[in-house]
Write a protein of this length. Structure first.
Length: 624
C-alpha cells in the first residue's frame, strides 16, 4: 500500500473482509526472546536411519544362534532328497550346518560385523540338483552405549562435546541426538550438531538453569544398521542462597534473574500488570521460554501446568519463622484465567517431593473483563519440615488452553525470617513514565520538527508507592531527579540532568501510591541545560536514520531499607521510557498485551496526526 498523505490527519482502516484483501505476514515475535544459540545454531538435523531391514538378509547378533527353514521345490526329485550347503564349512563369522532343510548358524562370540553367504541346494540321490536358495547372514556385535563422562556446568553455560569417530565399524551413515535423562527437571537446555556428518559429530550443549544432572545421547549407525549410543552427562551446579530472598522483577530483560530462579518460562515485563506493587511483573503467560505454545492439555476442561517459576536452592537450616510473601493478579491486561484454571505455590521437601501449599482459582464467568482486579498479597509461613539446606519453592500456573492465555502476574516476592510481614520498608516506582511525545512512542523526526516543541508531553510525572506499614517515605532533598540520556550518533550532548522540583512535600504516606508531576513545557522552554537538546531537535537538521531518547527517572529515599536483600530494593528506584524517532509512527512500545477479536466485515480504525507531508508505505500488525 502506497498512499500519499495530503491531509493533516491520517486514518488507517483495516477491513477484515474480502473487499479489503491483504496478505497478513505474522511477525516472528520479540527479537529479545530469541536465544543467541537459536540464531547461531547451524541447521544440521539428524539423518533418518530407517529400519535397516534388508531383503534376503538374516541378522544375528554375535554369540547367538539362528535357525532358518529353507523352502525349496523338491517335487520332481523323487525319494531320498539330499540337501547341500555351499559355504557352511568355510563361513567366516560363525559356524553353519544343515539338518535336512533347516539351517543352523551360530555366530562367533567375538565377531564385530560381517556377511556370510550360504547356498542351500536340493538334490536327488543321483546328484541332480534342481533348486537352490541363497542365504546371507549378517553377523554384528551388540550395539554399545559409550559413556563419555560428566561435565560440570554453571547455569546457562555452553560446552562442545566431541564424539569419537573410529569406534563404529564402517563409519556412521546416519545419526540422531536427543535428551536421555528421564528425571532431570530442566526444560530450557539446548543441544545441536555443529557440523555436517561428513566432517564430525561434535555437538554443542547449552545448560538450563535447573540444578541437577542432564544427559544427551547421540546415536550413530552404519550402513548395515549397527548403532552405538554415545552418552554424555551434564551436572548443573547452583550455589545455595542465604536469606533474605527478594525479587520484584523491576530489572531489564524478559526472563527472571538467573541467580534467583531456575526456570525461564515466565515473561518479565512492565506492561501486563495493572497497578502492580512495583514496576515490573513476572507473567505466567502459558507459552514456553522460546515463546511457543505448550502441547494441548488433552481435553476441554483438563488443566495442566504450563509455566513454572522455581527458586534457587536456599539454606533454611535453623531459620525458624521463615515466611513467604508475594502479590499476584489474575488477568491484568492479558487473557483471564477461568474457574478451572489455577495458580499454585509449592514447597520442596527433603524427599524431593513438591507439595502444594496454596492454590488460587481462576475467575468465574460472573466477573466481567472490565472489572478491576487488584494485586492481592499472600503470606505463607514455611513449616519446620521445610527448614533445611537446599529448600526450594516454586509458583506454577495451570491452564486448559493453548497459546498466550489464562494469565497470572506475580510481583514482590519475599522470603525471610526477619522481615516476615507482607509490607516492606521500600519506596518504589509502580509504572514507567509516558513517552516524551505522548501519546506517540515513535515518529519520524521531520514530523517532530514540523509539529514543534508543543508535541512534547505536557507534564513530567512519576507514580510512587510506599510499601511501609507505618513509616512515611521521604524523598531526599535532591531526590526528584530526571535524567534525559540521548542514544544515537553525532549528538551534541550525552546526557542532561534536571531537578524539576515536583512538590514541596516530598513525603509519601504509608501504604499509598502517589503521583508527582510538573508541567514539562515549563522546563523545556526555560533556559536550562536542555537547550542543546532543543537546538538539536528543532533548530538543526537531524540526519540520523534512527534516534532514541531515554527519559529516565531516578529517586533516592533516606529511610528505605537500603541493606535488605543486598540492595535489591534499589532496582525499583529507576524507570526509563524510550521515545523513538524513526521511519514509523506508533502508539505502543512493541509489546502485545491486549487482543482484538474481529469477525468478517469488521473495520478497525487507527488515527495518526501527520505533521508533515509524507507517504504511508506499510502497516505492521502483530498476529500472535
Amino acid at each position: 500500500m502506497n498512499v500519499r498523505l495530503l491531509y493533516s490527519v491520517l486514518f488507517l482502516g483495516l477491513g477484515f473482509s474480502p473487499l479489503f484483501s491483504q496478505v497478513f505476514q505474522p511477525l516472528a515475535g520479540y527479537e529479545q526472546l530469541q536465544r543467541p544459540t537459536q540464531k547461531e545454531a547451524p541447521v544440521f538435523p539428524k539423518v533418518d536411519c530407517g529400519n535397516f531391514e534388508f531383503e534376503g538378509v538374516s541378522r544375528v547378533q554375535a554369540g547367538e544362534e539362528l535357525e532358518l527353514k529353507v523352502s525349496l521345490d523338491t517335487f520332481d526329485l523323487g525319494p531320498g532328497v539330499l540337501f547341500r550347503c555351499t559355504g557352511c564349512n568355510t563361513a567366516d563369522f560363525g559356524t553353519a550346518f544343515l539338518n535336512n532343510d533347516t539351517l543352523r548358524y551360530g555366530a562367533d562370540a567375538g565377531a564385530v560385523q560381517g556377511l556370510d553367504t550360504l547356498v542351500i541346494s536340493a538334490c536327488s540321490a543321483t546328484g541332480n540338483c534342481v533348486d537352490s536358495a541363497t542365504v546371507i547372514v549378517l553377523v554384528q556385535r551388540a550395539g554399545q552405549t559409550i559413556e563419555l563422562g560428566n561435565r560440570l556446568l554453571s547455569p546457562s553455560a555452553r560446552i562442545d562435546v566431541e564424539i569419537p569417530a573410529d569406534m563404529l565399524p564402517g563409519g556412521a551413515t546416519c545419526r540422531s541426538i536427543e535428551g536421555c535423562a528421564p528425571d532431570y527437571p530442566g526444560r530450557e537446555q539446548e543441544f545441536f550438531f555443529l557440523n555436517d556428518q561428513n566432517n564430525n559429530n561434535t555437538f554443542r550443549y547449552r545448560a538450563a538453569r535447573y540444578a541437577g544432572t542432564d544427559a544427551v545421547c547421540v546415536t550413530l549407525c552404519n550402513e548395515l544398521g549397527l548403532c552405538d549410543v554415545y552418552r554424555t552427562t551434564f551436572t548443573v551446579e547452583r550455589p545455595t542462597l542465604d536469606l533474605p530472598f527478594f525479587d520484584d522483577f523491576s530489572y531489564a530483560g524478559t526472563r527472571p534473574a538467573e541467580e534467583l530462579w531456575q526456570d525461564e518460562d515466565v515473561l518479565i515485563n512492565r506492561n501486563y500488570g495493572v497497578d502492580p506493587p512495583s514496576v515490573g511483573v513476572a507473567t505466567f503467560d502459558a507459552v514456553d521460554f522460546g515463546g511457543q505454545p505448550y502441547p494441548d492439555a488433552g481435553g476441554s476442561r483438563s488443566t495442566v501446568i504450563r509455566d513454572f517459576l522455581t527458586s534457587a536452592p536456599l539454606n533454611l537450616s535453623g531459620r525458624a519463622g521463615t515466611t513467604l510473601n508475594f502479590y499476584v493478579q489474575p488477568r491484568g491486561f492479558g487473557n483471564r484465567p477461568e474457574r478451572q484454571d489455577s495458580f499454585l505455590v509449592q514447597f520442596l521437601d527433603v524427599g524431593g517431593n513438591w507439595n502444594t501449599v496454596l492454590q488460587l482459582q481462576g475467575l468465574p464467568n460472573t466477573v466481567g473483563n472490565s472489572t478491576p482486579l487488584p494485586f492481592e498479597g499472600q503470606t505463607i509461613p514455611v513449616p519446620a519440615q521445610y527448614q533445611y539446606n537446599g529448600f526450594q519453592f516454586r509458583f506454577a500456573a495451570k491452564s486448559n488452553e493453548r497459546g498466550a492465555v489464562d494469565m497470572w502476574h506475580l510481583d514482590y516476592v519475599k522470603l525471610d525470617d526477619e522481615s516476615t510481614a507482607l509490607n516492606t520498608e521500600d519506596l518504589a516506582f509502580t509504572s514507567i513514565p509516558q513517552s516524551l511525545v505522548a501519546p506517540y512512542t515513535s515518529m519520524p523526526i521531520r514530523h517532530l520538527q514540523s509539529g514543534g516543541i508543543g508535541l512534547f508531553t505536557d507534564t513530567l510525572s512519576m507514580l510512587l508507592r510506599n510499601h511501609s506499614e507505618n513509616t512515611p517515605m521521604n524523598l531526599s532533598e535532591n531526590g526528584d531527579v530526571v535524567l534525559i540520556a540521548l542514544a544515537g550518533t553525532n549528538l551534541p550532548v550525552t546526557s542532561n540532568t534536571i531537578n524539576p522540583g515536583f512538590s514541596t512535600d516530598n513525603s509519601i504516606a504509608p501504604q499509598t501510591t502517589e503521583r508527582r508531576a510538573r508541567a514539562f513545557n515549563n522546563i523545556a522552554n526555560s533556559p536550562d541545560n536542555l537547550s542543546e537538546l532543543r537546538t538539536y531537535l528543532f533548530e538543526t537538521t537531524a540526519t540520523e536514520a534512527s534516534l532514541a531518547l531515554d527519559l529516565s527517572y531516578n529517586f533516592s529515599s533516606a529511610n528505605q531499607a537500603n541493606a535488605f536483600a543486598n540492595g535489591a530494593l534499589r532496582d525499583n528506584d529507576r524507570v526509563v521510557r524510550t521515545t523513538i524517532f524513526d521511519e514509523y509512527m506508533a502508539y505502543d512500545d512493541g509489546s502485545a498485551e491486549v487482543t482484538v477479536e474481529v469477525s468478517e466485515g469488521t473495520t478497525l480504525l487507527q488515527r495518526y496526526d501527520a505533521f508533515a507531508e509524507d507517504e504511508l508505505k506499510g502497516v505492521s500488525v502483530r498476529i500472535p
